[in-house]
Design a protein around this ligand. Structure first.
Ligand code: PBG
Length: 324
């Protein structure tokens, strides 16, 4: 590499056309996934206070939103269901006519080409708000696995295009893979929340999904944010158990992990720009302290530059709409 003055980096920054020509990283709608929160009822659109512009939607409204997303070029949604009733074992999660199966059906009719991913977890369905069955005050790993497999199967039978286990139980990817294979869904991909941290950035989501734990926290099953080597072991386990796409979550606080997972495994990597990341941008922008559009573009570019192939973001619709 030659030095100054033979090489002047500013030569290629002189116009937007030149900058575009040499731009290394692009954020395109084809890589974005929009999360949707689905609730029982008809015509329901209930705004989430800590997530401006995001609402809980009944299946009919979710279907309308799905059509709008498809129109602007967002290829995929990930569904979170909030059931009419919760209980200790999260029975609503495995119901064939549960909230997610109903939404899958409505969305398939409204936007047939949209990829419908479902979040597989019990926290929205349990009355205690934990991601599994509680035994003696703690989440019992092995007792939770069959429930998760049944939930994934219920989603598969209702037409899900991909399932995404987010519970962080050990062994769940393998158990879900085996259940899907045994019931004719060998071709259905799994996107595992592989390196999912016990993060304070999920705060607004728990309002959106009505899933805050009633006691304790999730640190006995979600990862310690301090551990990168362990994150790589988590990813290795999920890959060995049959995950097709591995996710790092949250996104901006974990760019180092996104990069290392991409380099180490070479698998498709998803990064989830979570509710707290979204809320911080919205809150600062509402005060005029930052430029929302530019900050959104900059964060999504950073997540892509770190190595994410797929970005799950509450900004997906806005970003895709702007590119039209
Ligand atoms: C369910 C789940 C959570 C998120 C995705 N799936 C919440 C949690 O683990 O407490 C968080 C997403 C977000 O904050 O946007 N377990």
């Amino acid at each position: 590499m030659s030095g100054f003055p033979a090489y002047r980096p500013r030569r290629l920054r002189r116009t937007e056309a030149l900058r575009r020509l040499v731009r290394e990283t692009r954020v395109v709608p084809e890589q974005l996934v929009q999360p949707l929160f689905v609730v029982p009822g008809r015509g329901v659109e209930k705004p989430i206070g800590s997530m401006p512009g995001v609402s809980q939607l009944s299946a009919d409204r979710a279907a309308e939103e799905a059509r709008r997303l498809a129109d602007v070029g967002v290829p995929a949604v990930i569904l979170f269901g909030i059931p009419e009733a919760k209980d200790a074992r999260g029975t609503g999660a495995v119901a064939a006519d549960g909230i997610v199966p109903r939404a899958l059906d409505a969305i398939a009719k409204a936007a047939p080409a949209l990829v419908r991913i479902t979040d597989v977890c019990l926290c929205e369905y349990t009355d205690h708000g934990h991601c599994g069955v509680v035994v003696n005050g703690d989440v019992d790993n092995d007792a939770t696995l069959d429930l998760l497999a049944d939930e994934a199967l219920a989603h598969a039978r209702a037409g899900a295009d991909m399932v995404a286990p987010s519970d962080m139980m050990d062994g769940r990817v393998g158990r879900i893979r085996a259940a899907l294979d045994a019931h004719g869904f060998a071709e259905l991909p799994i996107m595992s929340y592989a390196a999912k941290q016990a993060s304070a950035f999920y705060g607004p989501f728990r309002e959106a999904a009505e899933s805050a734990p009633k006691f304790g926290d999730r640190r006995s099953y979600q990862m310690d944010p301090a551990n990168a080597e362990e994150a790589l072991r988590e990813v290795a386990l999920d890959v060995a158990e049959g995950a097709d796409i591995v996710m790092v979550k949250p996104a901006l606080p974990c760019l180092d992990l996104v990069r290392r997972v991409k380099e180490r495994f070479g698998y498709p990597v998803a990064a989830y720009q979570v509710s707290g990341e979204f809320a911080m941008i919205k809150a600062a922008a509402a005060r005029g302290w930052i430029d929302e559009t530019r900050v959104v573009d900059e964060t999504l570019t950073a997540i892509r530059r770190a190595g994410a192939d797929i970005v799950i973001t509450y900004f997906a619709r806005d970003v895709a709409g702007r590119r039209r």
